[in-house]
Design a protein around this ligand. Structure first.
Ligand SMILES: [Zn+2]
Length: 192
């Protein structure tokens, strides 16, 4: 009898829990990022994206349940700290969407000579580095290439977190450009 009860609890906690839940709208602060991702990759994020108090050093998580919709959670205090840093938030969200939308796994590889991550699917945040901002087009395209080639598939029924990490120092390249606000750049174009 006990065995039956335990089995039921396990299934209900990771298999069927999310099926019939309506997807709540994302927080307004994240809408712009979500829409940008949807436009760029021509996909619809039809699952829940929200803030949550995650356990340090995790700052974002994609949870995929067996038969239900996945969900992305961003650590509330991390967002508060970095909400004005477009690229850091971009890095965390794109990474989690890479898991939840494309079922991609992690990649620890770094670019030869440069020393920065090969992919947004690197398991630590590096969006606060100038290198990320300066090479944003590369990273967005790399993610597209990765999903089309299904590199390192993400396993369903598992949980995957991205963790806060001090930016990696480059070994050869010293980025010296100051960060610029990408949103302002886009707005400027729209007004032209
Ligand atoms: Zn991850």
């Amino acid at each position: 009898m006990n065995k039956i009860v335990i089995l039921f609890l396990l299934i209900s906690s990771c298999g069927f829990q999310k099926i019939d839940k309506k997807v709540p709208p994302p927080p307004p602060e994240l809408v712009e990022y979500i829409e940008e991702f949807e436009r760029y990759y021509s996909v619809k994020i039809d699952y829940s994206v929200d803030f949550e108090d995650l356990t340090y050093p995790a700052v974002g998580v994609c949870r995929i349940y067996g038969f239900g919709l996945p969900e992305v959670r961003i650590d509330r205090s991390f967002f508060e700290e970095y909400k004005d840093d477009y690229y850091t938030i971009h890095n965390v969200l794109w990474h989690e969407f890479g898991h939840c939308s494309f079922r991609l796994g992690h990649d620890n590889a770094t670019l030869p000579l440069i020393g920065y991550p090969t992919s947004i699917m690197y398991p630590y945040v590096f969006g606060m580095s100038d290198y990320y901002a300066d090479n944003i087009d590369y990273y967005e395209e790399e993610l597209d290439h990765r999903r089309k080639n299904s590199i390192m598939e993400f396993e369903a029924d598992s949980e995957c977190t991205i963790k806060y990490h001090i930016p990696i120092k480059p070994t050869r390249v010293t980025p010296d450009k100051t960060k610029y606000n990408r949103k302002k750049k886009h707005e400027g174009k729209d007004n032209e």
